[in-house]
Write a protein that binds this ligand. Structure first.
Ligand SMILES: *Cc1c(COP(=O)(O)O)cnc(C)c1O
Length: 419
């Protein structure tokens, strides 16, 4: 794919000179993440000669005359029709995200969950089965168990990373293997080569939710995964100011997913998409700092006497460190740790004493966020269930933002040392 292809959807409108704008031929496969996140997917010369894209707020798009409708339908011309099916801001962001993940086609949704639901609804039918690694995002699992089941789709859950169990759960009705990598909050990394090999050997499609990794740290499509999914709400947008989701895959596989999205209506608004495009401009810079902060803070925590255990794939003590080292460029900003000999209240006190990270769910933004999973996500679960999900009362999850590394470390130090 070349940057030139980013200009192959010129508006038919003859007064739009972008259609004839000078093109550059750069091989996108040779370009780094920052060059792609700044330039890929954008026309070189934009309306009003502006360097930035305009936000096109239209809910509908008009046709010059009746013949143009016929041309549009018969020739499948690249233009907008109605806002539920697509908008110009979306096209730019989708091309940019496809380039970042080295995929053919990206499809953006109003949220990460809308993307997961959209993909599974379009690929699965009554009688089909899917197999999940059990550390997947709890809302994804809830969607399968509580809702897909109502449409006759059967979900099997197997221990994360246990490929023998995953293989044993596959039968002739199995249509998709699903995992996150790394998982949340245990940061388990999946051996993508093994995951893809299993899918291919059994003729089953594979989906990786790589929200925590981002295309900067790992590009699952290059391993042969069929679909990579991100909650773009997190690192891709990066500023804790919008919700979005994206799926990237081959053009052929994504076609019917796009069709269903047009019916379900989970598209993102032009304003929102512009914010996502703007957030993406600094994607590589942010990821470099998230990776640095994650590694440094994880190392600091792992040596602190009040810490029982740290989950971070960049630490040699992490059970999947070897897989992470082999498959990832960096290990991200998310760290989970256990406070030694602390009950839920003493753990909450540590959270309450930090001064820089804000207390809240979510991750991947420039602002550090901290939370106690017991309170934030598992409060209504029984203690047995929490244990089953590996969520002890003394667990804290920290999403390192892009603040200065030493400031974050100093802050955690005072929060852990205080009493
Ligand atoms: C946040 C998240 C989601 C859901 O994304 P939303 O944008 O909140 O809908 C899915 N998977 C993972 C790994 C996430 O962190």
């Amino acid at each position: 794919m070349s940057l030139r292809t980013t200009m192959t959807t010129p508006e038919k409108n003859k007064s739009d000179k972008t259609a004839t704008s000078r093109s550059v031929s750069l091989d996108q496969t040779q370009l780094g993440a920052s060059t792609l996140s700044v330039h890929a997917g954008e026309q070189r010369q934009k309306p009003s000669d502006a360097i930035t894209d305009s936000i096109v707020t239209a809910s509908t798009y008009t046709f010059e005359d009746s013949q143009s409708i016929i041309d549009f339908i018969e020739n499948d011309e690249p233009r907008e029709e109605y806002g539920r099916y697509g908008n110009p801001n979306e096209k730019v962001v989708e091309r940019k995200l496809a380039a970042l993940d080295a995929g053919e086609s990206a499809l953006v949704y109003a949220s990460g969950m809308a993307a997961i639901v959209g993909l599974l609804m379009s690929k699965l039918s009554s009688g089909d089965e899917i197999v999940f690694f059990d550390q997947c995002y709890h809302r994804s699992r809830e969607f399968c168990y509580k809702h897909l089941s109502r449409f006759g789709v059967v979900t099997h859950q197997v221990p994360t990373g246990d490929f023998a169990a995953m293989e044993a759960a596959i039968n002739k009705r199995t249509k998709m293997l699903v995992s996150e990598s790394p998982t949340n909050p245990h940061l388990t990394c999946i051996d993508l080569e093994q995951f893809v090999a299993l899918g291919k050997a059994r003729g089953v499609e594979t989906l990786i939710d790589a929200t925590l990794a981002t295309p900067y740290n790992v590009r699952p499509l290059e391993f042969g995964v069929d679909y990579v999914l991100h909650s773009a709400t997190k690192y891709l947008a990066g500023h804790n100011d919008l919700l979005a989701g994206v799926i990237v895959g081959s053009a052929e596989k994504m076609e019917e997913v796009r069709g269903l999205r047009g019916i379900m209506g989970g598209i993102s608004s032009p304003h929102n998409l512009y914010l996502l495009q703007r957030g993406l401009k600094t994607f590589e810079l942010r990821m470099q700092r998230h990776n640095e902060n994650g590694q440094a803070v994880a190392e600091f925590l792992s040596e602190h006497p009040r810490i029982e255990r740290v989950y971070y794939p960049g630490l040699t003590t992490h059970p999947t460190h070897e897989i992470a080292k082999r498959t990832m460029r960096g290990f991200g900003g998310l760290i989970t740790f256990l406070v030694k000999d602390a009950d839920w209240r003493q753990t909450a006190n540590v959270v309450d004493r930090v001064k820089i990270p804000r207390i809240g769910p979510s991750l991947g933004g420039v602002e550090s966020l901290i939370e106690q999973p017991l309170l934030m996500s598992y409060f209504k679960q029984t203690p047995e269930n929490r244990l089953k999900f590996g969520i002890p009362d003394n667990m804290i999850r920290l999403s390192c933002g892009i603040e200065n590394t030493q400031d974050l470390i100093d802050d955690l130090m005072q929060a852990l040392d205080g009493e």
